[in-house]
Design a protein around this ligand. Sequence first.
Ligand code: PXP
Length: 239
Amino acid sequence: MISQRLGVNVDHVATLRNARGEAYPDPVAAAQLAIAAGADGITIHLREDRRHIRDADVTAMKAGITKPLNFEMAATEEMVAIALAVRPHACCIVPEKRTEVTTEGGLDVAGHLASLGPMVARLKAAGIRVSMFVDPDEAQLRASAAIGADIVELHTGSYAHGAAGEFDRLVAAAGLTDALRLECHAGHGLTFDNVTPVAAIAQVMELNIGHFLIGQAIFDGLPAVVERMKALMRAARGG
Ligand code: PXP
């Protein structure tokens, strides 16, 4: 099976830093350590309220890492302007406001085709790969393909919370991506205990994992948790 990438989300290194208003811990230093331990990319989410990652972190991260930067952003003009200025490897468009979310938490692409389509086109024209963070729902995948997204990231939050039938929904959604010419990623709420079945889904090329890894790093150290997550992902795909 094709190997799978691990994108390490370092937002919560910034959460910890901001809790005391100091300059440490530094999300860029954490990203560099994660990459040295085997992370294939780094993900950051510049939220509209800047509760963790801040504007200066985005430019520092782009300059400070040697692996692809995945920039999570709300579908707003402000965020598009920042993305076009920074030019990350990829942008993952995520819901931030309640009006943008479906009940399960993914972006409602199907309900916002007219506004999201031109946004995707502008980001792609700048050479940025564009991902949609969606629930494992056929209509959302078809809508993502229709507006020209390169990638869908399947929201694994409900699966992580043990919702009945949710794993089957992830498998079914992933199974549609080849025909729709969408690269398939997954993430949210993944841990050492629940990652294996998702990592084993053949079409899933990348997992983006943050909160658990940063939390577990308090106990085991960041390199050790990144190495263990990568080892679990490799094992899930037959080594
Ligand atoms: N993927 C996307 C699109 C996200 O917004 C997030 C953060 O909420 C993650 C993955 C990582 O989720 P977690 O921090 O729960 O691992």
